[in-house]
Design a protein around this ligand. Structure first.
Ligand code: PEP
Ligand code: MG
Length: 585
């Protein structure tokens, strides 16, 4: 009998996957000290040079495989690594070590890697500190090449389960075309931007599995249960058969949901709901179109900035948005202005980012960074105004905390309009400006924001993080992340009510909006616009079509008057159960 071993983590993306583990190692070149004979030095130097050249060919091969639609950003990232392969520090210094110290090529490479990483780690500048990841990336590439007897080949990750200590959103983007079956990480929370990206790609993911990379081996068969947040290894046939049945049931359920495409999102008592998609990557466009959604409620633009050395210029912004707007074929889109900072760090340097490293989520992030760095923000505003000529576009500002920020953006937009007109550029006539309510201060002042803005969108991922004072990417305190905490519910209700009293549409684009357990509650609170990752839309529509909004309004108003009561949990589950929310296997 085989012994099954289980790793418990946090469910980040629903779904089950079974695949071979691929351990993603960074900075872990394992080279034991090994001296070589003096007579072997020339051959060892040749072996090292050959490995550098193989690593370069391999990077070139990867670069060639990048689809045209995403070529510029990822290609720039790979170009930077190719350039490093020409750098004396990485190529000539190890050769000197081989020659002078009689080290093996692997050991020489490791000595130089450790020396370089030490220098980067000691740097005060946070951007320069992150460059040590590049060193590791390139060193690993050479190291792998040293160990390959045959032709160098990029490991085939199709169907593999990626095991990593952590993954950045930038890593996830780079791996998105590789057919990965699932992600398992040792750290991170389900609301981290990496987890959100995995959801958007429909890749099952479990995060916060402590010591996963220590206990699971490369090539081992792994079951990832993204519904329950567990990872299983060394499973016997009975467990395997159980999970295979669940995969089949999941596929069957997805097929049944497909029947709802094109059907209206209307409750049984006739209340219409606007269902919109959150998009971030070019591949989301097709998914969004095929679901016939009412709009895009959140287009996260910061991914345009990742995996590259310098920020995009106006034309790059414009071309990226044009592809999306044209791809959507007339579906209204809400373009959110840059929300960099916190766990979405730039690859290239941004002045000012260093100041917020101690507490990045509370620092120079989103609109704060944009107003501080108009050189970064202004080209984006101009590009959005230009693209509005080609389709229904709205602008949304993230992380507002006071009205001054709204006035500043409006005045920059005016300036951009004037300068575009002076340049003879045509721009869209109507570009509504809305704001994200994701800081408690903004929720408490929702009334004032509703007076100044054309629409509001509740960003619950951050609203919960800031209200409950818990870092959304920290798995240690993830147990405190509570979307139905009385304070969170009160703030959400305040925003919905403020929007209603000013006839300003209010939507929700945080992950809470796509949670099947919470949709009836939000409907009962009066929310009529939901925006979520495309994969969650049909399940949401199914729920909306099963519930009675009048009945929910009564139940939720009762709940809101007894939020601190011991019966809250029972009332919440009664509300959730008004729909058949557990129908997903
Ligand atoms: C949010 O905070 O809820 C949100 C939608 O924005 P993001 O997850 O990109 O921070
Ligand atoms: Mg946010």
């Amino acid at each position: 009998m085989t012994l099954c071993c289980m790793g418990i983590g946090i469910a980040a993306t629903r779904g089950i996957a079974i695949g071979e583990a691929h351990l993603l190692q960074r900075g872990s070149v394992d080279a034991a000290p090994r001296f070589i004979d003096k007579s072997d030095i020339p051959a060892e130097i040749n072996r090292f040079r050959q490995a550098v050249s193989d690593a370069r060919s391999q990077l070139f091969e990867v670069r060639e495989k990048i689809p045209e639609s995403t070529r510029s950003d990822i290609a720039a990232f790979i170009d930077a690594h190719m350039l490093m392969l020409d750098d004396t520090a990485l190529v000539e210094v190890p050769i000197n070590h081989i020659r002078e110290r009689c080290c093996s090529a692997e050991w020489a490479l490791k000595i130089q890697r450790d020396a370089l990483v030490q220098v980067f780690e000691a740097m005060e500048d946070s951007y320069l500190r992150t460059r040590k990841d590049d060193v590791d990336h390139v060193v690993n590439q050479i190291h792998q090449a040293l160990h390959s007897d045959e032709e160098m080949e990029q490991p085939d990750l199709r169907g593999k389960v990626i095991l990593a200590r952590d993954l950045t959103p930038a890593d996830t983007i780079l791996m998105r075309h590789l057919g990965i079956a699932a992600f398992v990480t040792e750290t991170g929370g389900p609301m981290s931007h990496t987890a959100i990206l995995a959801r958007s790609l429909g890749i099952p993911a479990v995060v916060g599995v402590r010591h996963a990379t220590r206990y699971m081996r490369n090539g081992e068969r792994i079951i990832v249960d993204g519904d329950r947040g567990v990872v299983l290894v060394s499973t016997d046939e009975t467990i395997l058969a159980h999970y295979r049945r669940r995969i089949e049931a999941g596929q069957q359920h997805a097929l049944e949901l497909q029947r709802l495409v094109g059907e209206p999102a209307v409750t049984v008592d006739g209340t219409g709901v606007r269902l919109m998609a959150n998009i971030e990557l070019p591949e989301d466009i097709e998914a969004t179109r095929s679901l016939a959604v009412d709009g895009v409620g959140l287009y996260r633009t910061e991914y345009i900035f990742m995996n590259r050395d310098h920020p995009p210029d106006e034309e790059e912004h414009y071309q990226a948005y044009l592809r999306v707007v044209e791809g959507l074929g007339g579906i209204p889109i809400t373009i959110r202005t840059l929300d960099l900072g916190a766990d979405k760090q730039l690859y290239g340097h941004l002045p000012g980012q260093d100041r917020s490293v101690c507490n990045p989520a509370l620092g120079l992030r989103a609109i704060r960074l944009c107003l501080k760095e108009p050189g970064l923000f202004y080209p984006q505003l101009r590009a959005i105004l230009r693209v509005a000529e080609h389709g229904p576009v709205r602008i949304m500002i993230p992380m507002l905390s006071n009205l001054w920020e709204v006035y500043q953006v409006k005045s920059m937009l005016e300036e951009a309009r004037t300068s575009l007109a002076d340049d003879g550029e045509s721009i869209g006539a109507e570009v509504p400006v809305g704001g994200m309510i994701e800081v408690p201060a903004a929720a408490l002042s929702a009334d004032a924001f509703a007076r100044e803005l054309d629409f509001l969108s509740i960003g619950t991922n951050d609203l919960i993080q800031y209200t409950l004072a818990i870092d959304r990417v920290d798995d240690e305190i993830n147990y405190l992340y509570d979307p139905v905490h009385p304070s969170v519910l009160r703030l959400i209700k305040m925003v919905i009510d403020a929007g209603n009293s000013h006839q300003v549409p209010v939507s929700m684009c945080g992950e809470m909006a796509g949670d099947p357990q919470l949709i009836p509650l939000l409907l009962g609170m009066g929310l009529r616009e939901f925006s979520m990752q495309p994969g969650a839309l049909l399940e949401a529509k199914k729920i909306i079509r099963e519930v009675d909004s009048g009945e929910l309004t009564t139940m939720v108003s009762d709940l809101m008057s007894r939020l601190d009561d011991s019966r809250t949990a029972a009332m919440l589950s009664q509300i959730a159960n008004t729909a058949n929310v557990d129908s997903a296997p």
